[in-house]
Ligand binder design. Structure first.
Ligand code: UDP
Length: 238
């Protein structure tokens, strides 16, 4: 039995880059597509929010002297490229997929319309939310929190490619870092843990949306999370 029937899967841009660390790795797209297909086959309604760290981050542009809002719009556009790559990979293996963008580009994808997104999900189509929230100064983590609240998703699945949960210190730096099984958003915020940005954490906290942080590098993990197996770290409202 599925523990969750409607989920938001957050894929960071970095997760799509694979070992090359930049751009889009077709092998990774295939692997994600196969994992998402397993969910669809379990009748889980899957909405995906995709980032763009593999292509462009607004903060990096602004650190080099660019206007922050312009750099952020570039980041949002880059998420659309990732969204289309995912759609292509999904449809190659027969998973019906719609991309909806928060910035209109009708020749490329549907505009974001909440009720239409829900309708697609009910028809077991995967919906990819691209172009973030459509607003500069936000992140795709915030987008996942916002869209999860809007479509009444039961959980956000945060697939990471470099870490397998939430730790009290960076496990790549500190060998004694301890992984949490569960933690509250309040503690994440209080201790400044690098789970998601604080805007996203508080939105999840205020709307009581749980988050599961886990590694996407282990095949089958997305399905395990949906079935309620204990993987990674669960971040809870209370
Ligand atoms: N972005 C934005 N508003 C949003 C979502 C994203 O301005 O609502 C921009 C921002 O510049 C960000 C970039 O898009 O750096 C890519 O998103 P993010 O950094 O969240 O990607 P990830 O870290 O998940 O790969």
């Amino acid at each position: 039995m599925n523990k969750y029937n409607r989920v938001v899967l957050k894929l960071s841009g970095e997760a799509l880059a694979g070992e090359q660390g930049y751009g889009i790795d077709p092998k990774v797209i295939q692997s994600i597509a196969a994992q998402v297909k397993e969910l669809v086959d379990l009748d889980v309604e899957v909405a995906i929010v995709v980032g763009a760290g593999n292509i462009w981050r607004g903060m990096a542009g602004s650190a080099q002297g660019m206007d922050r809002a312009t750099a952020d719009y570039m980041g949002m556009l880059a998420t659309v490229m990732n969204g289309l790559a995912l759609q292509d990979g999904f449809e190659n293996i027969g998973v019906e997929t719609r991309v909806q963008t928060s910035i209109e580009m009708r020749q490329v994808a549907e505009p974001y319309i909440r009720r239409k997104a829900i309708r697609h999900l009910e028809k077991k189509r995967v919906v990819i939310f691209a172009a973030g929230t459509g607003n500069p100064y936000f992140s795709t983590d915030t987008t996942s929190a916002l869209r999860a609240a809007e479509i009444e998703a039961e959980v956000i699945l945060m697939a990471k490619n470099n870490v397998d949960g939430v730790y009290n210190a960076d496990p790549r730096v500190d060998p004694n870092a301890k992984k949490y099984e569960t933690i509250t958003y309040m503690d994440v915020l209080k201790d400044g843990l690098q789970v998601m940005d604080s805007t996203a954490s508080s939105l999840c906290m205020d709307n009581n949306i749980p988050l599961i942080v886990f590694s996407i590098m282990e095949d089958g993990n997305i399905k395990r999370a949906v079935l309620g197996e204990e993987i990674g770290t669960v971040v809870k409202g209370k």
